[in-house]
Structures are given as C-alpha cells and as structure tokens.
Design a protein around this ligand. Structure first.
Ligand code: HEC
Length: 155
C-alpha cells in the first residue's frame, strides 16, 4: 500500500489528524480539561500506593516507591499545560476546577510550584530508599495536594 495512504488510514482509524500541530496550537476547552484530569488521575494512581506503604497498609518496597515517585514528579511538570485559559467551568461541563484558578492565577501558580518542588524532592529522597525520610517527604508533598484542592478544586 502507498505509505502516505497507509499513514492516513491509520490516522483515520485512530481518529488522529495528519496535522497534529494545528490541534496542539488550538486545543478545545474539553480536551484541555480532559488532559489535566488524566494527568491528575496518573498522579493519584502513583501517589496512593506510596501513601499505603507509608501508612504501613502494604509492605514497604523501596523500588516501587522510587518508580511511583518518579511518575508523580514527571506529571507535576506536565500539569500546568492543563490549565490553559478558557478551560474553566464556564466552558467545560465536566470539571472540578474552580474559576479562581484563572482569577487568582499567581496564587495558583505558587501552589503548583510548591507541589512541583515537593514532588521532585520526594522522587530524590525515594531513590535513597530511606523509609523514614520518604515518610516525611510524602507528608510534605501530600500537604501541597491538599493546599491546592482546598482552594482551587470543588469538593
Ligand atoms: C496546583 C493545584 C493542584 C495540585 C498541587 C494538585 N492538584 Fe489534584 N486537582 C487539581 C484540580 C484543579 C483538579 C480538578 C481538575 C478538573 O476536574 O478539571 C484536580 C483533580 C485531581 C484528581 C481527580 C482527577 C479526575 O479524575 O478528574 C485527583 C485524583 C488529584 N487531583 C490528585 C492529586 C494529588 C494526589 C496531588 C498531589 C500529589 C494533587 N492532586 C495535586 C489541582 C491540583
């Protein structure tokens, strides 16, 4: 089969455009919201098992903590893109994001940076495998989740 046709067909099947750059430049509000919700789903997915180990609900596994912490750190860096202007509750139905994210942008930004900083530290500490240090840094990171949710996410 003609290579270009083949790519086009695969693209059509996957629902992709041959020009993804055009989409990236102008994402729909729903897509932005879906992106950030996906990012936070991955964050929660990886943060939860660390919490379970820290609380002693499951056996401590240093390698697993390090792996999960790395994903949380990575996703903390991916999160800001999910808050493009115009992707708030006035444009998107299915969202728990509060309008204050955009009206108090610098405050939100600070909360995001606090999170990124503590998540990066958690990832660093996790590599060392010191259970006590991990426990302490997990607590600090969890505080940054709560601080942002309290102010910027609907219950
Ligand atoms: C800077 C702000 C901020 C920080 C920090 C933050 N969150 Fe969130 N989180 C949000 C907002 C806003 C939403 C709602 C997104 C939406 O519904 O559009 C959300 C949604 C979520 C969701 C639900 C995702 C879904 O399915 O829709 C989970 C789970 C979550 N956060 C976990 C966490 C965890 C765990 C941390 C810390 C490790 C964290 N968040 C840190 C702002 C934040």
């Amino acid at each position: 089969m003609n290579k270009l046709l083949e790519i086009g067909l695969v693209g059509a099947i996957l629902g992709l455009s041959l020009l993804p750059a055009a989409q990236a430049a102008d994402p729909k509000p729903e897509d932005v919201a879906q992106y950030r919700q996906s990012v936070y789903t991955i964050i929660g997915w990886n943060f939860k098992p660390i919490g379970a180990m820290v609380k002693g609900e499951v056996p401590f596994d240093a390698a697993a903590v390090a792996r999960h912490a790395q994903y949380v750190e990575m996703m903390s860096k991916a999160a800001p893109e999910g808050f493009a202007k115009g992707s708030g509750p006035d444009a998107v139905k299915k969202t728990e994001a509060k309008p204050e994210i955009w009206t108090k942008a610098s405050e939100f930004d600070t909360k995001m940076k606090d999170f990124q900083q503590e998540a990066a530290k958690l990832s660093e500490v996790a590599k060392g495998g010191d259970e006590k240090a991990i426990k302490a840094q997990f607590g600090k990171t969890a505080e940054t989740c709560k601080a942002c949710h309290k102010e910027f996410r609907k219950d």
